[in-house]
Design a protein around this ligand. Sequence first.
Ligand code: DGJ
Length: 714
Amino acid sequence: MIIKNNNTFHLMGRNVSYIMAVDECGNLLHVHYGKKLADRDYSEIRKNRSVWAAYDEDDETLEMSAQEYPSYGHLDLKAPAYSVVNGSGNSIAQLKYKGYEIRNGYAPALKGMPSLFVGDKSAVTIELTLEDKIAGIRAVLSYTVFDEYDIIARSVEIINMSDTDIEVERAYSACLDMGAGDYDLIHFSGGWAREREYFRTPVTQGTRTDISNERGGSGHVINPFIMLAARNADENEGSVYGLTLVYSGNHSSTVECDQYGSIRVMQGINPFMFGAKLKPGEGFQTPQSVLSYSDKGIGGVSRALHDVFGNNLCRSKWQHKDRPVLINNWEATYFDFTEEKLIQIAKRAKEAGIELFVLDDGWFGKRNDDFSGLGDWYENRAKLPSGISGLAKRINDIGMKFGLWIEPEMVNPDSDLYRAHPDWAISVPGRAPALSRNQLILDLSRDEVCDYIIKSICNILGSANIEYIKWDMNRPMTDMPYKGYNHKYTLGFYKIMDAITSAFPDILFEGCSGGGGRFDAGVLAYMPQIWTSDNSDAAARLKIQYSTSMGYPVSSISAHVTAVPNHQNGRVTSLKTRAETAYMGAFGYELDITQMSDADFETVKAQVARYKELRTLMRAGDFYRLQSPYETNYCGWETVSKDKSEAFVFSCRILSVANSRDRRVMLKGLDASASYIDTACGRIYGGDELMYIGLEPEYAREDFSSFSVLLKKL
Ligand code: DGJ
């Protein structure tokens, strides 16, 4: 619901209020974001003024005011939400309120970029127009309230109202002036094979923290999701704010704490190397930033994000369907396979109950290692005598679905495509572009390049019964030819994704980028699941999956059981722990199943059957993190069905400790007055008992020992 009360705009979710007001000088000020308040006129805002700050002839200063979309250089000198070089060559600006429009049942579709849609939920949008007449700039701030989840999605369009060209140098999608308070910043940083590690640091006066990425995609290094948590907030209690950018290019989230301890948080496209020139009348659209507030701690924010991303982001038919258990040949064979070897793997996998066979890298062009072939999207008949369509048929005849790996945004210098179109790779004049994994990136800002990709990939997808695609992207972006290039590339990526996913709506698409290097809500708008990390060691995955779940739904987390010693870090963990860890997500295997012992094979069979029993619950339930691997010697989580009739609980003790007692696992989200049965041993517990006394897990006397239980309500 959105209420206008005099000069107050009040956005209400079920439990939250977001309040703005226009002051007597026409500034759009921020009043409150947090726990729900009553409908009142909040526009009487106490003015703070210091003779040491800048003020104008009306005695107006903004340095100490909370603002919705702050300008720079006139009445406020803090980092602004936007910066535009106007026709006079300066960037001084001051936006004033002009008007508003409220639209019920509406969420804006952003031109060329993914965003949340209304679907069958209730949503209402307010568009507030601000204008700077002197600079000739208009900003339309859009806020969509999804009241059921207490989610507010924000974006901005900046329009050139002058009669000269202007240049947008920065345009954040959202700004939150939170006032003074004791908050911690939570962000997710890492690298290849250790994506999205959790970091929590106090926000202190006088600091400006830049959680930004300029490596091309959203990246392994910094994820476009942050949280601000009240100092006393934890997983279950306390005020926490989440901001997630629905964007896959260079991004920035900043947290500034000024001399008064007031905190300004912003999120949007990274201003570094950004620029958009606007002719008179033209506009620049920012991506969407999704805001979530909960007084139920980090877990409250996560569950709201899981629900809104699960229901209102991805239009794939697979979003609400159970995902097939897959086997992928990458770690089984790497590039070294024959058609017959693949068939052997598929046959054995079928016996274990696995449903989808995925052929990874190496099936096209002259691709026998990572030095050649990218761009040549035709099958390698030397390796696959039956071709892709013949292989797909053979896999289907075994009784499995067939899936394929592609990396359409890339080209190897050693490829027919590059020899024919060397100018299609991103480069700057006079400089050979830098290589990474021996490959270059195609210039997706050019229509003919996008058209080639769409056509060549559609050709393959139409040529065989392909029911799953793993869309990879294996390098950072260098040699960007001009300011604003990365955004144009990102729009090209979305154009291609849109064309291909719309042309093949039945295919299940999985995102990938050297593991989880492009795990963001922009990708999730097209592909309901993403390969979370190339590191599938169970102990490493505890941390990776635990922290990834803070911002993204469990259904989007692709998780595989791989061989030991693990190919990335050499660790040995039990087959039990590897599978139980991977149950949290879209589950599969990535090992040579033909080489397994009979005993291990029987275990795999049982694991596949177990996952089939769990997968609807894991995909559609409410997720609770119970024990943090970042803070304890355990990692635990639980999924509870929305109707609380069943729950799956997982816990892993990371290192074995002699002569010690293990922590109980305190469950969450159950019906306290109901009884639940442990489906394995038949023991009956009260819901209150499970939540307030907890479960006493039995771990094996070894490192990385896991335990799981499926509980059903009686
Ligand atoms: C990187 C991916 O993360 C891997 O799973 C695999 O598909 C390779 N690329 C193939 O080159």
